[in-house]
Design a protein around this ligand. Structure first.
Ligand code: HEC
Ligand code: HEC
Ligand code: HEC
Length: 131
C-alpha cells in the first residue's frame, strides 16, 4: 500500500471517530443498587440522550474518573462509591443525592430547580418511580 492510501485510510478513521463515539451513548437505562444489596427504593430511570443533549460530550460531569477510553467504571466499583451507609466518604447514596455536589443527580437538579426549572425531579418519588 502506498503512503498516500495509508494516509487516506487514517483520515477516514479520524473522520469516522465522532459518529463511533456518539454510538457509544448508552440507551435509556434503569439504575439500581449493586447486586447483593438490599434496595430500599425502586430503581431509577436515566436517559443519556436527554442529559447529553443538555451538555453535549460532557461525559466527565458524571464519569469524573473516566479518561475517555473504553467503558467508564460503574459508580459502585470497588474504591469508588462502594459503601452502603449514607454518610461515609465513599457512600453509594451520596454519589446520587449530595446536594452540595453538582456531579450528583440531586445536586445538579436542585441547582436547576433553584434557577427556575419547575418540573425537574427532586423528590424521592420523582426518581424512584413505583410501577
Ligand atoms: C448526568 C450524568 C451522566 C452523564 C453526563 C453521562 N453519563 Fe454515562 N452513565 C451515567 C450513570 C449514572 C451510569 C450508570 C453507572 C453505573 O451503572 O454504575 C452511566 C453508564 C454509562 C455507561 C455504561 C453503560 C452500561 O450499559 O453499563 C457508558 C458506556 C456511559 N455511561 C457512557 C457515557 C458517555 C460516552 C457519556 C458522554 C457522551 C456519558 N456516559 C455521560 C451517568 C452519566
Ligand atoms: C449536571 C446536571 C445533571 C446531573 C448530574 C443529572 N441531571 Fe438529570 N436532569 C438535568 C436537567 C437540567 C434536567 C431537565 C431537562 C429538561 O427539562 O429538559 C434533567 C432531567 C432529568 C429527568 C427528567 C427527564 C426524564 O428523563 O424524564 C430525570 C428522570 C433525570 N434527570 C434523572 C437523573 C439521574 C437519575 C441522575 C443521576 C444519575 C441525573 N439526572 C443527573 C440535569 C442533570
Ligand atoms: C434525581 C433523582 C433522585 C432523587 C430525587 C432521589 N434519588 Fe435516591 N437514588 C437515585 C439514584 C440514581 C440511585 C442509585 C440507583 C438505585 O440504587 O436506585 C439512588 C439510590 C438510593 C438509595 C440506595 C439504594 C436503595 O434503594 O437502597 C436510597 C436508600 C435512596 N436512593 C433513597 C432516596 C430517598 C429517601 C430520596 C428522597 C429524599 C431519594 N432517594 C431521592 C436517584 C434519586
Amino acid at each position: 500500500m502506498t503512503t498516500f492510501y495509508r494516509a487516506l485510510i487514517l483520515i477516514a478513521f479520524v473522520l469516522a471517530a465522532p459518529s463511533a463515539f456518539a454510538a457509544d451513548l448508552p440507551a435509556d437505562m434503569m439504575l439500581s443498587a449493586p447486586d447483593g444489596w438490599e434496595a430500599r427504593r425502586p430503581a431509577v430511570p436515566f436517559s443519556h440522550t436527554l442529559h447529553d443533549r443538555l451538555n453535549p460530550g460532557q461525559c466527565a460531569t458524571c464519569h469524573h474518573e473516566w479518561d475517555g477510553s473504553g467503558q467508564p467504571a460503574s459508580c459502585s466499583s470497588s474504591g469508588c462509591h462502594d459503601q452502603q451507609g449514607r454518610r461515609e466518604a465513599r457512600s453509594f447514596y451520596r454519589a446520587f443525592h449530595d446536594r452540595s455536589d453538582q456531579r450528583s443527580c440531586v445536586g445538579c437538579h436542585s441547582t436547576a430547580r433553584r434557577a427556575g426549572s419547575t418540573d425537574i425531579p427532586v423528590s424521592c418519588g420523582d426518581c424512584h418511580v413505583r410501577n
